[in-house]
Design a protein around this ligand. Structure first.
Ligand SMILES: [Zn+2]
Length: 411
């Protein structure tokens, strides 16, 4: 895998290009982009056929290890890796450690292993088992084991330990890679840890970079699976910005979290390149539909007149400001599509009233139709982000996204 920053906007927003992204396929990916989030090896609510209804899918699926690790022997016997096992052979696979949409219980990582919460409960994974699992899974991108069980409340000693054990895990994986044909072909993403300790974060970034990994996963801020924006916490922004200064420019930086659109914009400003679509899944699970606007061209035409923008934002009703809750009885006789102008399969075929009916009768199809819309809308947002960076209009998109959030908070 090769990465280069093609254009730097506002000093820190990176429009980048990943070349030769897969071990067997020559895939090029423009960044910032989001990985296709899966749970237990499947995009939630969608079969591989219904997934094909979604336009603009990314070429790489994210498969968290926690719900898959205990099946590694079956996958090994099948011999076609996770992509073959899950019938997602048209996608590259990134194997992450944890699932960003699921809170990870704290206090269970040890010096020589980390805890994964599988269907059967806690499973301790040490480097030996981790390597065995990864050789069975044959992922294109692998997140190395890391101790991310740190938060703002963690002591300096705890943050230091998280960095130390993560570096040992990385050394063991890189050592094994020298003799493993499967691992040699995979891109290794080192886990940058250290909680909120600037000293340990910087040490983790420098030491991980010195080991020659292909990319970085920045975690350990206690991303606990809620819609959130850690950028509302100033100390988070300071620690992240300091950390990124110690990472090389020519390697991609990944942060997996259920992030609202305004947080995505701030993370891109900080210099993050890769995200995931778990926000679309979490939104769907609440019966919500994404309706925020990313059409920043409207602002560029009339920069001083935000009438259109206010009009759009005034129709938003959920607490996060970017979606509507289709469980609400006021949609019972609303025969318009979820989002006027949306070209997704759901909006072209069904009405808000019908999805409201499906939700109220707990029909599984409600999740299918909502997921198709939410996924396509979220991917469309990332496409707008890249376009805005290319056209040097990122600030306009940022203003549009932030304004919608602000308007919803004012009400
Ligand atoms: Zn739609």
């Amino acid at each position: 895998m090769k990465f280069s920053v093609e254009k730097l906007v506002h000093g820190s927003c990176r429009l980048g290009l990943i070349r030769e992204a897969g071990k067997n396929k020559s895939v090029t990916i423009e960044t910032p982009f989001c990985l296709l989030y899966t749970r237990a090896g499947s995009v939630p609510n969608l079969s591989i056929d219904t997934l094909s209804y979604v336009q603009g899918l990314p070429p790489i699926a994210m498969m968290p290890l926690n719900l898959l690790a205990e099946h590694h022997e079956s996958v090994e016997e099948y011999q076609k890796g996770l992509a073959g096992f899950t019938a997602m052979k048209d996608f590259l696979v990134y194997c992450s450690l944890q699932d960003p949409s699921t809170p990870v219980p704290s206090g269970y990582n040890e010096k020589s292993n980390i805890a994964l919460w599988t269907r059967g409960g806690k499973t301790k994974v040490d480097p030996e088992l981790f390597i065995k699992v990864q050789e069975a899974f044959k992922a294109d991108w692998i997140q190395c084991m890391g101790d991310a069980d740190t938060s703002k409340q963690s002591s300096k000693k705890r943050s230091r330990k998280a960095v130390d054990s993560s570096l040992i895990f990385l050394d063991e994986l890189l050592q094994k890679r020298k003799t493993s044909k499967i691992l040699q072909n995979a891109a290794i993403f080192g886990s940058v840890e250290g909680g909120f300790s600037v000293f340990d974060r910087n040490r983790s970034a420098r030491e991980t970079a010195a080991r020659g990994v292909d990319g970085f996963v920045i975690e350990g801020f206690q991303n606990d699976g809620k819609d959130f924006c850690q950028f509302e916490d100033e100390s988070f922004t300071d620690v992240l910005s300091s950390t990124l200064k110690h990472l090389p420019e020519d390697k991609p930086r990944l942060m997996n979290a259920v992030w609202r659109p305004d947080a995505i914009m701030q993370a891109i400003r900080a210099g993050i390149d890769i995200f995931d679509t778990s926000y679309a899944f979490v939104t769907t699970g609440k019966g919500n539909a994404l309706v925020f606007s990313y059409d920043y061209e409207k602002l560029s035409v009339k920069p001083s007149d935000d009438g259109d923008l206010c009009l759009q934002a005034s129709s938003l009703t959920s607490e996060c400001g970017y979606s509507i809750n289709l469980n609400d009885s006021r949609f019972r006789e609303d025969f318009s599509p979820i989002l006027e102008g949306c070209l997704c399969y759901t909006c072209k075929t069904y009405s808000r009233a019908y999805v409201n009916h499906l939700l109220n009768t707990t029909e599984l199809q409600a999740g299918v139709l909502l997921m198709i819309h939410n996924l396509q809308h979220y991917l469309g947002f990332f496409s707008a982000v890249r376009q805005a960076l290319r056209e040097e209009k990122f600030h306009l998109l940022e203003s549009l996204i932030n304004r919608q959030r602000a308007v919803s908070l004012e009400r």
